[in-house]
Design a protein around this ligand. Sequence first.
Ligand code: C5P
Length: 405
Amino acid sequence: MSASVRHILLGVTGGIAAYKSAELVRRLKEQGAEVQVVMTQGARKFVTELTFQALSGKAVRSDIWDHSAEAAMGHIELARWAHEVIIAPASADFIARLAHGMADDLLTTMCLATKAPISIAPAMNHVMWNHPATQTNINILKQRGVQVLGPAEGDQACGETGLGRMLEPAQIIQALDNGRGPPVFAGVKAVVTAGPTREKLDPVRFITNRSSGKMGFAVASALRDAGADVVLISGPVTLPTPQNVTRVNVESAAQMLHAVQQHIHDTQLFIATAAVSDYCAAKIADEKIKKSSESLQLQLARTPDILAAVSASEQRPFLVGFAAETENVERNALGKLTAKRLDMIAANKVGEGLAFDCDDNALTVYWHGGKQELCKCSKQDLARQLVQLINERYCSQPKSNKESE
Ligand code: C5P
Protein backbone atom coordinates (compact mmCIF):
# COMPACT_ATOMS: atom_id res chain seq x y z
CA MET A 1 0.00 0.00 0.00
CA SER A 2 1.52 3.33 -1.03
CA ALA A 3 2.09 5.83 1.81
CA SER A 4 0.39 8.59 -0.19
CA VAL A 5 -2.96 6.77 -0.44
CA ARG A 6 -5.54 8.44 1.82
CA HIS A 7 -6.98 6.06 4.39
CA ILE A 8 -10.50 7.19 5.19
CA LEU A 9 -12.59 5.71 7.94
CA LEU A 10 -16.19 6.53 7.03
CA GLY A 11 -18.63 6.24 9.92
CA VAL A 12 -22.28 5.89 8.97
CA THR A 13 -24.86 6.44 11.71
CA GLY A 14 -28.62 5.96 11.84
CA GLY A 15 -30.47 8.39 9.61
CA ILE A 16 -32.24 8.30 6.28
CA ALA A 17 -29.36 10.30 4.76
CA ALA A 18 -27.27 7.11 5.15
CA TYR A 19 -28.24 6.17 1.59
CA LYS A 20 -26.34 9.26 0.32
CA SER A 21 -23.16 7.96 1.96
CA ALA A 22 -23.04 5.17 -0.59
CA GLU A 23 -22.42 7.89 -3.20
CA LEU A 24 -19.83 9.46 -0.86
CA VAL A 25 -17.89 6.17 -0.77
CA ARG A 26 -17.94 6.01 -4.58
CA ARG A 27 -16.62 9.58 -4.91
CA LEU A 28 -13.89 9.09 -2.30
CA LYS A 29 -12.80 5.92 -4.09
CA GLU A 30 -12.74 7.81 -7.39
CA GLN A 31 -10.29 10.23 -5.74
CA GLY A 32 -8.01 7.26 -5.07
CA ALA A 33 -8.76 6.90 -1.34
CA GLU A 34 -9.08 3.63 0.54
CA VAL A 35 -12.35 3.67 2.44
CA GLN A 36 -13.21 1.53 5.44
CA VAL A 37 -16.86 1.85 6.39
CA VAL A 38 -17.97 1.47 10.01
CA MET A 39 -21.73 1.40 10.58
CA THR A 40 -23.67 1.86 13.80
CA GLN A 41 -26.56 -0.47 14.57
CA GLY A 42 -28.95 2.37 13.63
CA ALA A 43 -27.32 2.82 10.22
CA ARG A 44 -27.87 -0.88 9.43
CA LYS A 45 -31.62 -0.32 9.70
CA PHE A 46 -31.44 2.13 6.76
CA VAL A 47 -28.82 0.65 4.39
CA THR A 48 -27.32 -2.81 4.21
CA GLU A 49 -23.68 -3.57 4.89
CA LEU A 50 -23.53 -5.23 1.49
CA THR A 51 -24.07 -1.90 -0.29
CA PHE A 52 -21.06 -0.34 1.41
CA GLN A 53 -18.97 -3.48 1.09
CA ALA A 54 -19.57 -3.60 -2.66
CA LEU A 55 -18.67 0.09 -3.08
CA SER A 56 -15.68 0.24 -0.74
CA GLY A 57 -14.26 -3.19 -1.58
CA LYS A 58 -13.82 -3.84 2.15
CA ALA A 59 -15.93 -5.76 4.64
CA VAL A 60 -17.97 -3.30 6.68
CA ARG A 61 -17.26 -3.18 10.43
CA SER A 62 -20.10 -2.61 12.87
CA ASP A 63 -19.56 -4.73 15.95
CA ILE A 64 -16.80 -4.28 18.48
CA TRP A 65 -17.45 -7.84 19.72
CA ASP A 66 -16.96 -9.45 16.28
CA HIS A 67 -14.01 -11.79 16.98
CA SER A 68 -13.26 -12.75 13.38
CA ALA A 69 -13.19 -9.11 12.19
CA GLU A 70 -11.10 -8.10 15.21
CA ALA A 71 -8.66 -10.88 14.44
CA ALA A 72 -8.15 -9.44 10.92
CA MET A 73 -7.66 -5.81 12.03
CA GLY A 74 -8.45 -4.89 15.64
CA HIS A 75 -10.34 -1.67 16.33
CA ILE A 76 -7.25 0.08 17.71
CA GLU A 77 -5.26 -0.95 14.65
CA LEU A 78 -8.08 0.39 12.44
CA ALA A 79 -8.12 3.65 14.40
CA ARG A 80 -4.37 3.97 13.74
CA TRP A 81 -4.80 3.03 10.06
CA ALA A 82 -7.12 6.00 9.46
CA HIS A 83 -5.63 9.25 8.17
CA GLU A 84 -9.06 10.89 8.36
CA VAL A 85 -12.38 10.04 9.98
CA ILE A 86 -15.59 11.24 8.35
CA ILE A 87 -18.96 10.60 9.97
CA ALA A 88 -21.79 11.01 7.46
CA PRO A 89 -24.56 11.16 8.36
CA ALA A 90 -23.91 12.07 11.99
CA SER A 91 -27.13 11.65 13.99
CA ALA A 92 -28.03 13.75 17.05
CA ASP A 93 -27.43 10.69 19.23
CA PHE A 94 -24.01 10.02 17.75
CA ILE A 95 -23.01 13.69 18.12
CA ALA A 96 -24.02 13.57 21.79
CA ARG A 97 -22.05 10.39 22.40
CA LEU A 98 -18.98 11.77 20.60
CA ALA A 99 -19.16 15.06 22.50
CA HIS A 100 -19.19 13.23 25.82
CA GLY A 101 -16.41 10.79 25.01
CA MET A 102 -18.59 7.67 25.07
CA ALA A 103 -17.10 4.44 23.75
CA ASP A 104 -20.23 2.30 23.75
CA ASP A 105 -19.99 0.97 20.20
CA LEU A 106 -17.31 0.40 17.57
CA LEU A 107 -17.59 3.82 15.93
CA THR A 108 -17.39 5.92 19.12
CA THR A 109 -14.55 3.71 20.38
CA MET A 110 -12.61 4.30 17.18
CA CYS A 111 -13.20 8.04 17.40
CA LEU A 112 -11.63 7.99 20.87
CA ALA A 113 -8.77 5.75 19.78
CA THR A 114 -7.75 7.64 16.65
CA LYS A 115 -5.36 10.54 16.32
CA ALA A 116 -6.74 11.31 12.85
CA PRO A 117 -8.77 14.50 12.34
CA ILE A 118 -12.52 13.95 12.58
CA SER A 119 -15.20 15.58 10.39
CA ILE A 120 -18.93 15.15 10.84
CA ALA A 121 -21.82 15.84 8.47
CA PRO A 122 -24.87 16.18 10.76
CA ALA A 123 -28.29 15.08 9.52
CA MET A 124 -31.46 15.32 11.57
CA ASN A 125 -34.84 16.98 11.95
CA HIS A 126 -34.46 20.79 12.23
CA VAL A 127 -35.95 20.93 15.74
CA MET A 128 -33.45 18.33 16.92
CA TRP A 129 -30.62 20.31 15.26
CA ASN A 130 -31.69 23.57 16.91
CA HIS A 131 -32.18 21.98 20.34
CA PRO A 132 -29.82 23.56 22.88
CA ALA A 133 -28.47 20.11 23.80
CA THR A 134 -27.42 19.43 20.19
CA GLN A 135 -26.01 22.94 19.77
CA THR A 136 -24.00 22.58 22.99
CA ASN A 137 -22.66 19.24 21.80
CA ILE A 138 -21.74 20.72 18.41
CA ASN A 139 -19.88 23.56 20.12
CA ILE A 140 -17.97 21.12 22.31
CA LEU A 141 -16.92 19.20 19.20
CA LYS A 142 -15.96 22.35 17.28
CA GLN A 143 -13.86 23.58 20.16
CA ARG A 144 -12.18 20.18 20.27
CA GLY A 145 -11.21 20.63 16.62
CA VAL A 146 -13.85 18.43 14.99
CA GLN A 147 -14.80 19.87 11.61
CA VAL A 148 -18.56 20.27 11.27
CA LEU A 149 -19.75 20.14 7.64
CA GLY A 150 -23.22 21.62 7.25
CA PRO A 151 -26.01 20.83 7.77
CA ALA A 152 -27.91 22.35 4.85
CA GLU A 153 -31.36 23.92 4.85
CA GLY A 154 -34.29 22.51 2.88
CA ASP A 155 -36.99 19.83 2.74
CA GLN A 156 -36.55 17.09 5.28
CA ALA A 157 -37.51 13.41 5.16
CA CYS A 158 -39.97 14.05 8.01
CA GLY A 159 -41.95 16.38 5.71
CA GLU A 160 -40.82 19.59 7.42
CA THR A 161 -38.44 22.23 6.14
CA GLY A 162 -35.43 23.64 7.94
CA LEU A 163 -31.78 23.34 8.84
CA GLY A 164 -30.72 19.72 9.29
CA ARG A 165 -30.32 18.12 5.86
CA MET A 166 -27.02 16.35 5.32
CA LEU A 167 -24.80 18.06 2.74
CA GLU A 168 -24.73 16.34 -0.64
CA PRO A 169 -21.72 14.01 -1.13
CA ALA A 170 -20.07 16.43 -3.59
CA GLN A 171 -20.45 19.28 -1.05
CA ILE A 172 -18.94 17.11 1.69
CA ILE A 173 -15.93 16.38 -0.49
CA GLN A 174 -15.58 20.06 -1.40
CA ALA A 175 -15.85 21.12 2.26
CA LEU A 176 -13.25 18.54 3.29
CA ASP A 177 -10.85 19.79 0.62
CA ASN A 178 -11.40 23.43 1.60
CA GLY A 179 -11.32 22.81 5.32
CA ARG A 180 -8.25 20.74 5.85
CA GLY A 181 -6.12 21.64 2.91
CA PRO A 182 -2.73 20.04 2.47
CA PRO A 183 -0.47 19.43 5.51
CA VAL A 184 1.62 22.52 4.75
CA PHE A 185 3.10 22.66 8.25
CA ALA A 186 4.10 18.98 8.47
CA GLY A 187 7.35 18.79 10.46
CA VAL A 188 6.87 22.31 11.85
CA LYS A 189 6.63 22.87 15.61
CA ALA A 190 4.27 25.66 16.69
CA VAL A 191 3.70 27.21 20.10
CA VAL A 192 0.38 29.01 20.63
CA THR A 193 -0.53 31.08 23.71
CA ALA A 194 -4.23 31.47 24.48
CA GLY A 195 -6.77 32.75 26.97
CA PRO A 196 -6.40 35.35 29.70
CA THR A 197 -3.87 35.40 32.50
CA ARG A 198 -4.82 35.67 36.15
CA GLU A 199 -2.71 37.92 38.38
CA LYS A 200 -3.19 37.34 42.10
CA LEU A 201 -3.84 40.27 44.43
CA ASP A 202 -4.31 38.24 47.60
CA PRO A 203 -5.26 34.59 48.40
CA VAL A 204 -8.82 35.07 47.04
CA ARG A 205 -8.67 37.82 44.42
CA PHE A 206 -7.06 38.35 41.06
CA ILE A 207 -6.96 40.63 38.00
CA THR A 208 -8.01 39.07 34.73
CA ASN A 209 -9.88 39.91 31.49
CA ARG A 210 -12.75 38.62 29.35
CA SER A 211 -10.71 36.42 27.01
CA SER A 212 -12.35 32.98 26.53
CA GLY A 213 -9.38 31.38 24.73
CA LYS A 214 -11.64 30.37 21.80
CA MET A 215 -9.52 32.09 19.13
CA GLY A 216 -6.26 30.58 20.39
CA PHE A 217 -7.75 27.11 20.68
CA ALA A 218 -9.14 27.41 17.14
CA VAL A 219 -5.71 28.51 15.87
CA ALA A 220 -4.09 25.52 17.61
CA SER A 221 -6.62 23.15 15.95
CA ALA A 222 -6.13 24.73 12.53
CA LEU A 223 -2.34 24.45 12.81
CA ARG A 224 -2.69 20.82 13.86
CA ASP A 225 -4.92 20.20 10.84
CA ALA A 226 -2.21 21.76 8.69
CA GLY A 227 0.21 19.15 10.00
CA ALA A 228 2.03 21.17 12.70
CA ASP A 229 3.15 19.73 16.01
CA VAL A 230 1.34 22.12 18.37
CA VAL A 231 1.97 23.13 21.99
CA LEU A 232 -0.90 25.21 23.37
CA ILE A 233 -0.03 27.26 26.45
CA SER A 234 -3.28 28.41 27.97
CA GLY A 235 -4.40 30.64 30.79
CA PRO A 236 -7.50 29.62 32.80
CA VAL A 237 -10.33 28.78 30.35
CA THR A 238 -13.15 26.24 30.28
CA LEU A 239 -12.40 24.79 26.84
CA PRO A 240 -11.63 21.15 26.06
CA THR A 241 -8.14 20.39 24.76
CA PRO A 242 -8.08 20.03 20.96
CA GLN A 243 -7.27 16.49 19.88
CA ASN A 244 -3.55 15.83 19.29
CA VAL A 245 -2.44 19.15 20.72
CA THR A 246 -0.13 19.29 23.74
CA ARG A 247 -1.68 21.61 26.31
CA VAL A 248 0.13 23.37 29.14
CA ASN A 249 -2.03 25.17 31.71
CA VAL A 250 -0.75 28.32 33.40
CA GLU A 251 -2.28 31.13 35.42
CA SER A 252 -0.13 34.25 35.49
CA ALA A 253 1.86 36.12 32.84
CA ALA A 254 5.08 35.10 34.62
CA GLN A 255 4.03 31.42 34.45
CA MET A 256 3.06 31.81 30.80
CA LEU A 257 6.50 33.28 30.01
CA HIS A 258 8.16 30.41 31.86
CA ALA A 259 6.10 27.78 29.96
CA VAL A 260 6.85 29.49 26.64
CA GLN A 261 10.57 29.49 27.43
CA GLN A 262 10.37 25.76 28.25
CA HIS A 263 8.76 24.95 24.89
CA ILE A 264 10.11 27.54 22.46
CA HIS A 265 13.28 25.59 21.71
CA ASP A 266 13.17 24.15 18.15
CA THR A 267 9.95 26.05 17.43
CA GLN A 268 9.45 27.55 13.99
CA LEU A 269 6.12 29.30 14.66
CA PHE A 270 4.99 31.31 17.66
CA ILE A 271 1.41 32.59 17.66
CA ALA A 272 0.52 34.81 20.62
CA THR A 273 -3.25 34.94 20.88
CA ALA A 274 -3.22 35.21 24.70
CA ALA A 275 -4.70 38.32 26.29
CA VAL A 276 -1.84 38.67 28.74
CA SER A 277 -2.53 40.98 31.66
CA ASP A 278 -0.42 44.13 31.32
CA TYR A 279 -0.10 44.59 35.07
CA CYS A 280 0.15 42.38 38.14
CA ALA A 281 0.24 43.19 41.85
CA ALA A 282 3.57 44.76 42.83
CA LYS A 283 3.33 42.51 45.89
CA ILE A 284 0.73 39.77 46.39
CA ALA A 285 -0.84 40.21 49.85
CA ASP A 286 -0.28 37.19 52.10
CA GLU A 287 -3.68 37.60 53.72
CA LYS A 288 -7.06 38.64 52.30
CA ILE A 289 -7.12 42.44 51.86
CA LYS A 290 -9.64 43.89 54.34
CA LYS A 291 -12.16 46.63 53.51
CA SER A 292 -10.88 49.04 56.12
CA SER A 293 -10.91 52.43 54.37
CA GLU A 294 -13.34 54.13 51.91
CA SER A 295 -10.93 53.82 49.02
CA LEU A 296 -8.07 51.49 48.25
CA GLN A 297 -5.02 52.02 46.10
CA LEU A 298 -3.36 49.00 44.51
CA GLN A 299 0.27 49.17 43.54
CA LEU A 300 0.67 47.39 40.19
CA ALA A 301 3.77 46.42 38.25
CA ARG A 302 4.22 45.63 34.55
CA THR A 303 4.11 41.96 33.55
CA PRO A 304 6.77 40.54 31.22
CA ASP A 305 5.98 40.95 27.51
CA ILE A 306 6.13 37.32 26.39
CA LEU A 307 5.96 38.04 22.66
CA ALA A 308 8.66 40.71 22.86
CA ALA A 309 10.86 38.31 24.85
CA VAL A 310 10.51 35.59 22.18
CA SER A 311 11.14 38.19 19.49
CA ALA A 312 14.39 39.19 21.20
CA SER A 313 15.58 35.57 21.55
CA GLU A 314 18.47 34.24 19.52
CA GLN A 315 16.54 31.54 17.62
CA ARG A 316 13.63 33.79 16.81
CA PRO A 317 10.70 31.82 15.31
CA PHE A 318 8.19 33.25 12.84
CA LEU A 319 6.08 35.51 15.07
CA VAL A 320 2.38 36.27 14.86
CA GLY A 321 0.83 38.64 17.38
CA PHE A 322 -2.77 39.61 18.07
CA ALA A 323 -4.00 43.09 18.84
CA ALA A 324 -7.45 43.54 20.34
CA GLU A 325 -8.24 47.24 20.24
CA THR A 326 -11.15 49.48 21.14
CA GLU A 327 -9.91 52.37 18.92
CA ASN A 328 -7.38 53.18 16.17
CA VAL A 329 -7.10 49.51 15.28
CA GLU A 330 -4.79 49.92 12.28
CA ARG A 331 -2.44 52.45 13.86
CA ASN A 332 -2.09 50.46 17.08
CA ALA A 333 -1.63 47.16 15.26
CA LEU A 334 1.06 48.52 12.95
CA GLY A 335 2.79 50.09 15.96
CA LYS A 336 2.94 46.68 17.67
CA LEU A 337 4.09 44.95 14.46
CA THR A 338 7.13 47.22 14.42
CA ALA A 339 7.76 47.63 18.15
CA LYS A 340 7.67 43.87 18.87
CA ARG A 341 9.47 43.01 15.56
CA LEU A 342 6.69 40.66 14.45
CA ASP A 343 6.19 38.95 11.10
CA MET A 344 2.42 39.37 11.22
CA ILE A 345 -0.23 40.83 13.47
CA ALA A 346 -3.94 39.97 13.49
CA ALA A 347 -5.98 42.92 14.69
CA ASN A 348 -9.58 43.27 15.65
CA LYS A 349 -11.92 45.78 17.16
CA VAL A 350 -13.40 44.60 20.44
CA GLY A 351 -17.18 44.69 20.85
CA GLU A 352 -20.36 44.32 18.76
CA GLY A 353 -20.42 40.52 19.03
CA LEU A 354 -16.76 40.24 18.11
CA ALA A 355 -13.51 39.23 19.79
CA PHE A 356 -13.73 38.66 23.54
CA ASP A 357 -15.86 35.75 24.72
CA CYS A 358 -17.74 35.44 21.37
CA ASP A 359 -17.98 32.57 18.89
CA ASP A 360 -17.44 34.86 15.89
CA ASN A 361 -14.71 37.30 15.05
CA ALA A 362 -13.30 39.35 12.18
CA LEU A 363 -9.63 40.18 11.72
CA THR A 364 -7.39 42.42 9.68
CA VAL A 365 -4.00 40.81 9.30
CA TYR A 366 -0.99 43.07 8.70
CA TRP A 367 2.57 42.28 7.72
CA HIS A 368 5.38 44.47 6.44
CA GLY A 369 4.12 45.67 3.09
CA GLY A 370 0.68 44.05 3.09
CA LYS A 371 -2.63 43.46 4.75
CA GLN A 372 -5.67 41.21 4.37
CA GLU A 373 -9.18 41.50 5.75
CA LEU A 374 -10.74 38.28 7.10
CA CYS A 375 -14.48 38.88 7.32
CA LYS A 376 -16.75 38.00 10.24
CA CYS A 377 -17.21 34.25 10.63
CA SER A 378 -16.75 31.54 13.24
CA LYS A 379 -13.41 31.52 15.03
CA GLN A 380 -12.76 28.04 13.59
CA ASP A 381 -13.16 29.28 10.00
CA LEU A 382 -11.18 32.39 10.76
CA ALA A 383 -8.35 30.34 12.25
CA ARG A 384 -8.19 28.19 9.10
CA GLN A 385 -7.94 31.31 6.92
CA LEU A 386 -5.33 32.81 9.22
CA VAL A 387 -3.23 29.64 9.07
CA GLN A 388 -3.34 29.79 5.27
CA LEU A 389 -2.11 33.39 5.37
CA ILE A 390 0.62 32.50 7.87
CA ASN A 391 1.72 29.72 5.53
CA GLU A 392 1.97 32.15 2.61
CA ARG A 393 4.09 34.61 4.62
CA TYR A 394 6.11 31.82 6.29
CA CYS A 395 6.97 30.35 2.89
CA SER A 396 8.05 33.73 1.53
CA GLN A 397 10.77 34.02 4.22
CA PRO A 398 14.40 33.41 3.31
CA LYS A 399 15.18 29.67 3.68
CA SER A 400 17.67 30.26 6.53
CA ASN A 401 14.87 31.45 8.82
CA LYS A 402 12.99 28.17 8.55
CA GLU A 403 14.96 26.15 11.09
CA SER A 404 13.37 22.81 10.25
CA GLU A 405 14.35 22.84 6.61
O1 C5P B 1 -1.17 43.60 24.99
P1 C5P B 1 -0.72 43.93 23.58
O2 C5P B 1 -1.76 44.64 22.79
O3 C5P B 1 0.64 44.53 23.54
O4 C5P B 1 -0.64 42.49 22.88
C1 C5P B 1 -0.13 42.34 21.58
C2 C5P B 1 0.44 40.94 21.45
O5 C5P B 1 1.46 40.74 22.42
C3 C5P B 1 -0.54 39.81 21.63
O6 C5P B 1 -0.17 38.85 20.66
C4 C5P B 1 -0.26 39.28 23.03
O7 C5P B 1 -0.50 37.89 23.13
C5 C5P B 1 1.22 39.58 23.21
N1 C5P B 1 1.58 39.91 24.59
C6 C5P B 1 2.45 39.08 25.28
N2 C5P B 1 2.82 39.42 26.56
C7 C5P B 1 2.33 40.52 27.17
C8 C5P B 1 1.43 41.36 26.48
C9 C5P B 1 1.06 41.02 25.20
O8 C5P B 1 2.87 38.07 24.73
N3 C5P B 1 2.68 40.81 28.39
